[in-house]
Design a protein around this ligand. Sequence first.
Ligand SMILES: Cc1ncc(COP(=O)(O)O)c(C=O)c1O
Ligand SMILES: [Zn+2]
Length: 404
Amino acid sequence: MNNHILRCITCKKEFTPKPGLYYCVDCGYIMGTLEVIYDYETIKDNSKVKQKNFEKKASMYQFDFLLPTESKCKFDEYVGGTPLYKFDLLGIKDVLVKYDGSNPSSSYKDRASSVAINRAIDEGNNTLFCASTGNAASSLAMLNAHTDMKTYIFVPATIPIGKRTQLEISGAQVMAVEGTYDEVYDLSLELGLKKGWYCRHAAINPYLLEGKKTGAFEIVIQNDFTVPDYVLVGVGDGTVISSLYKGFWEFKKIGLTDKIPRIIGVQAEGIPAIKAVFEKGKPYTPHVIIGETVADSIAVGNPRDVIKACTYIEACNGFFISITDEEILDAISELGKETGLFAEPAGAVAFGGLKKLIYEEKITDSDKVCLVITGNGLKDVNAVKDMIHTESLTVDEVVKRLEG
Ligand SMILES: Cc1ncc(COP(=O)(O)O)c(C=O)c1O
Ligand SMILES: [Zn+2]
């Protein structure tokens, strides 16, 4: 479907979409990630846009005029449309909490996998492949299970059991590799592209970001077209954060809003790869770091969407911060107690980041804040198993404790 062109983030060369074109070969697959550009003047005349006719609880395909797919798939109507809660948190009134743990496979990644599946069908490909820290893989495997297409999934063998189980029960071809995510990514990219399979790898496929940007559209619509001052989100490869910027940017571009929030990327202190590149300044230069964190989904030392993430975050006057594993685990527990929402570590970092910024007085109680919680805590209960403190009791002990 050609309602768009592709443009290299670095050299700005433009391309007409065609099967097998994923990045600008002149710039390479990290410097040369592509942006999907639509005809925004025509989109301004779309009746939904003109009348601001959107639903607060509809699937992300209500934004089909800003999506690059034609085919439809069974799950489409259930992807996106996730809740936007308001809570008084950490002394700030009405903090918006976008909870994407309620997507079909329980993470934000469903927004991208759904688009990847539809694009693969559009392009007549019958096999998809994906390297992932866990969620992208489990999302693709589950959303694709009902189709006739095959899915090859490459993950580090150490991914949390919840995500691994999602892969196994959905019948994907699983390659659980003894290596880091960065090693798995490179290995699978070489094999998959050689075979001509459809690539659902973070960053390299520009259409994934298109699915993910719908989270920003929903935040605007569910908050009655008011844009928050700050949006906080966890960052690994950098696609989710880039997608949020693009979503807010596009809604402004087509006249639905008048501002873009300052977007803050929260990384784990053990492996803050994009933060390091951003803080070194321009020209943004990819730089691999080695490290680890309890937040497995954002344990990325060689981020593939680093150029978009840095460029976009600079454009919205945002920044990156990092928090420790201890702060991440505290964030899961505190968020649970304050809201009843259960976040996996990479989702809870948004809350942990807010706490840090309030402490540093960089965000105050007059600011309008939105936290994007990207994954359901049930995906990785092992990370929080030390929080189970209650002892097992006999029936007699319960009665004695409660009735003296
Ligand atoms: C739950 C969760 N949060 C955040 C992220 C970060 O997204 P990205 O790698 O696009 O920066 C991921 C990526 O796997 C994730 O699974
Ligand atoms: Zn280029």
